[in-house]
Design a protein around this ligand. Sequence first.
Ligand SMILES: *Cc1c(COP(=O)(O)O)cnc(C)c1O
Length: 238
Amino acid sequence: MIAENIIYVQDRITAACRRTGRSPEEVTLVAVSKTKPVSDILQAFECGITNFGENRLEEAAQKLPDLAGQALRWHMIGHVQSRKSDEVAALGFHLIHSLDSVKLARRYSRFAVEKGITLPVLLEVNVSGEATKSGWIAYNWEKDDAVRLTLWHDIEVVLTLPGLDVQGLMTMAPIVENMEETRPVFQSLAALRNNLKQTFPDRNWQHLSMGMTDDFDVAIEEGATLVRIGRAIFGERE
Ligand SMILES: *Cc1c(COP(=O)(O)O)cnc(C)c1O
């Protein structure tokens, strides 16, 4: 099942790239293995998947050591409480997608400096405006000066912190009936990235982490470089 699902997902990625003249190599598939057993992860790995996403510290802390020695790249995609930041940072994630506050950034930075390492991170932003989502509030950032000022100020602070390698932005689109409805959210994130690129041109804004099982085709059409896909690969979660 997992092998067939992966082929199906990869075909959809390729098709979305083709529709917009992108190369499939620009898009990294992150298989979201949360709640799924290590045996499922190994099956996906045998099919050539090397990037895996987890959203909870406790679960990641159990799985990562079991798979140490494999050439896996782990992505932290879930909200991290500040008091757990050291434990998350110590797990050695390839990329932390969910940096969502200045407070958390300061803690990661302090940990990285203490350990003499650099933490690769994405800034999670909430462009849809849903109250239940984490991330910096960026709803209507193009028109709302107050939102933009706060956001710019916070990002400027984060960019000055040592030990963090900010590589781009991450967002989650709302759950909708028709995936086409998510397009404005992805467009807004891409526009925000382009704007930040102009404002902070000497920094790296290469990544847009957006798109999940129900909307990744649209996200890729709008410029996603990382898609985080769980159910379409591993099946429904309990
Ligand atoms: C669970 C999760 C995903 C994957 O969702 P699916 O709908 O299973 O593809 C992606 N991103 C985040 C942040 C998640 O928590």
